[in-house]
Ligand binder design. Structure first.
Ligand code: NAI
Length: 294
């Protein structure tokens, strides 16, 4: 094992099962001290139990690793603060934050209750905001930080019945896009994982033969790359079944229609405007504006 996390303190949210458990075990196996956070509720976010996080801590300790359980919910500012406090009180500092906790309240847009829409945003998007915001001053003081957002193909591309989840998941990319810039001067790097894995979230959605190939550990390999010392900054990594690919937001080369452009001109030029063959990404909106006005 050449990539190590000795002397690193990591928070993994939603680490009582599924992907978070796998990330926590792998970080601990490579030397990190891990705060295993989990509220211990059901897939839809109902209920809670202290057992989930503690079981993973017991597993880590049985393997000779260091970990502490935390049962705070990520979805309020106060409990997110308390979660970060667990890391600081127990281990004295914080280096790595993996925002992974999540729930589902799937329904088509016409049927979804606004309360369920808000709840999903509150756990995935605001939960990552609350935890990362509470962690940020510690990462700044540390002059080092690695933060991961957990997105999803549902947010990047869309998925029937997941308007709430997709909104939250793409919102996380927007969050990353700005704080990856703001963190640079303190060597805080922020990346996003878009996983596919067999967990309780997907166990009823995919056939068993496919689920067998979707081991959480294969996503974890990608996540650990995103939080290691030589990590990239500001990437979206898709990972599942041993397949790893980058996702980027790109913009077409565009067409200059000038100061008098009308809807008729836009319609007439549509094929050229929609030509993505020379599309390019940008690291910031300033970079993109520079291209537009060049
Ligand atoms: P999971 O249901 O096993 O894990 C989610 C964990 O988050 C659970 O242990 C749950 O108790 C915990 N949690 C929920 N609300 C919480 C809260 N308010 N505070 C603290 N913990 C809370 O499901 P899985 O698949 O491991 O999901 C992990 C992440 O990966 C989620 O963000 C999910 O949306 C995302 N994801 C998973 C995919 C997959 O194929 N499994 C696909 C795309 C994204």
């Amino acid at each position: 094992m050449s990539i190590r996390f000795d002397n690193r303190v990591a928070i993994v949210t939603g680490a009582g099962g599924g992907l978070g458990r796998s990330h926590a075990l792998a970080l601990a196996a490579r030397g990190a001290k891990v705060v295993v956070n989990d509220l211990g509720g059901a897939v839809d976010g109902s209920g809670s139990s202290a057992g989930a996080a503690q079981r993973v801590v017991d597993e880590i300790k049985a393997l000779g690793g260091e970990a502490v359980a935390d049962t705070n919910s990520v979805s309020t500012p106060e409990t997110a603060e308390a979660l970060v406090k667990t890391a600081i009180d127990t281990y004295g500092k914080l280096d790595i934050v993996i925002n992974n906790a999540g729930i589902l309240r799937d329904k088509s847009f016409s049927k979804v209750e606004l309360a369920d829409f808000k709840l999903v945003i509150e756990v995935h998007l605001m939960g990552s905001v609350y935890v990362t915001k509470a962690a940020w001053p510690h990462l700044q003081a540390n002059n080092y930080g690695r933060v991961v957002m957990t997105s999803s193909a549902s947010g990047l591309y869309g998925n029937f019945g997941q308007a709430n989840y997709g909104s939250a998941k793409l919102g996380l990319v927007g969050l990353m896009n700005t704080i990856k810039l703001e963190g640079q001067k303190n060597d805080i790097r922020v990346n996003t994982i878009a996983p596919v894995a067999a967990t309780r979230m997907t166990e009823n959605l995919l056939p068993p033969a496919i689920l067998e190939s979707l081991k959480p550990e294969l996503v974890t390999a990608g996540v650990l790359h995103l939080v290691q010392e030589n990590s990239p900054n500001g990437v979206i990594l898709e990972a599942g079944a041993g397949y790893y690919s980058l996702v980027q937001i790109v913009e077409g080369a565009g067409v200059k229609l000038g100061a008098e452009a009308s809807v008729d001109d836009v319609a007439a030029a549509w094929d050229k405007i929609a030509d993505m063959s020379k599309a390019t990404p940008a690291f910031s909106s300033n970079e993109k504006l520079a291209t537009i006005f060049s």
